[in-house]
Design a protein around this ligand. Sequence first.
Ligand code: ADP
Ligand code: MG
Length: 318
Amino acid sequence: MGKELLKVEDLCVYYSGGLFKRANPIKAVDGISFSVDKGESVGIVGESGCGKSTTGYAITHLIKPTSGKILFNGDELKSGTRLERLNIAKKLQLIFQNSTSSLNPRFSVGRAIEEPLLVHKMGNKGERRERALELIEAVGLKPDHFDSFPHELSGGQRQRIGIARALSLNPELIVCDEPVSALDVSVQAQILNLMKSLQKKYNLTYIFISHNLPIVQHFCDKVIVMYLGHIVEMADRLEIFKNPIHPYTKALISSIPIPDPKKVSLDEVIEGDVPSPQNPPPGCPFSTRCQMVVPECSEEKPPLKDYGNGHLAACFRV
Ligand code: ADP
Ligand code: MG
């Protein structure tokens, strides 16, 4: 750990307003900056629609940012030529929530894992098969699974294949977008343990996107809290769960469902709905739902302030 691997600088991703050309753009991600050190697991949390997946797609170069920079080992990666795209694929990979829809039902497991190698014309037939078998074993499946098809497998097994595919080009950083959200709770733990052991084995760095705070608390070293396309708080795992600063983070944490009848759901903690990213409120993005709101909050966007030891939060009121 320690060496900076990824740096995101003032990243904005706006989607066009659709059919109505004059409609406001959807500000899915609106000026976020953070960095990820080699070997770290950084969690991105927040309610549905806050821009987590969009951030992940931009980092893995699946979508082009509206503005801002994404630096990998200090460089901006280009994606114009096939060689440049291969270079990106060898560095950055994405694991989706639903591996069923990202796997081609007509491809065998072996073919699915070989596919990235084939696309990038890497190795000969024998070498690709060998690599696929090695990865099948690494993700805890049996060599027999090479010839199975996705529909013959359980959800957990399919997610193992999603992971094997992501590993096939030997990437340095993997963005995991809700990697266990579609799985049964008992299977979730197995997949998370597998991801931990693969991280050690292959020296991986993870960006772990999730709306599930207990999982992030268990899995990640650092946590970024997003709200309406903005980062509202960011700190080390222990610090953020013990000492949340931003009213939104506090609400998220107080609504973690643990077996405690006194705990309440997020709807009970925060009133109202998340505003539309097409018409975000002026000033603080959370101002329309915050119990601590004062007029100043609607006038200016609070910057991220350092509260010590890299614990950042964006709030005028704390
Ligand atoms: P999350 O992953 O946190 O749920 P997303 O990044 O998927 O959030 O979405 C952020 C916002 O951008 C949402 O308001 C969503 O509706 C919108 N959005 C996402 N993808 C698109 C798209 N392709 N076109 C237009 N709007 C989109
Ligand atoms: Mg998402």
